[in-house]
Design a protein around this ligand. Sequence first.
Ligand SMILES: [Zn+2]
Length: 125
Amino acid sequence: MHELSLTQSIIEAVVEKTGGAEVTVVRLRIGRLSGVVVDSIRFCFDVVAAGTPVAGARLDIEEPSGRGRCRDCATEFAADDPIVLCPGCGSADVTVLAGRELTIISVEVRRTCAPPVAAPTTRRP
Ligand SMILES: [Zn+2]
């Protein structure tokens, strides 16, 4: 997995969604079986974000565990390693049920201090 280009596409997607507003927090979910090196994402994030509205944003990354099911003996098991082997029979013929997620969960932007448009006007008697 190329973490640099991955980070670039994440930041591009964030900037596109937020329309250039200053981003303060980016939350990602990167499954443990995705093969993505989270430390590399963290490192690339600051480099790629420099000069964009995402610069200086905090990066929160969830790393959910994976699950697999063996196609040979039907054992279901938790898997935290990108190389998934069945703990029952050692088979590598495994269906990955979860753990390959790679999603942007949420993004927070800094709100500008503008008065609310629908503010009620004060009536004077
Ligand atoms: Zn098995």
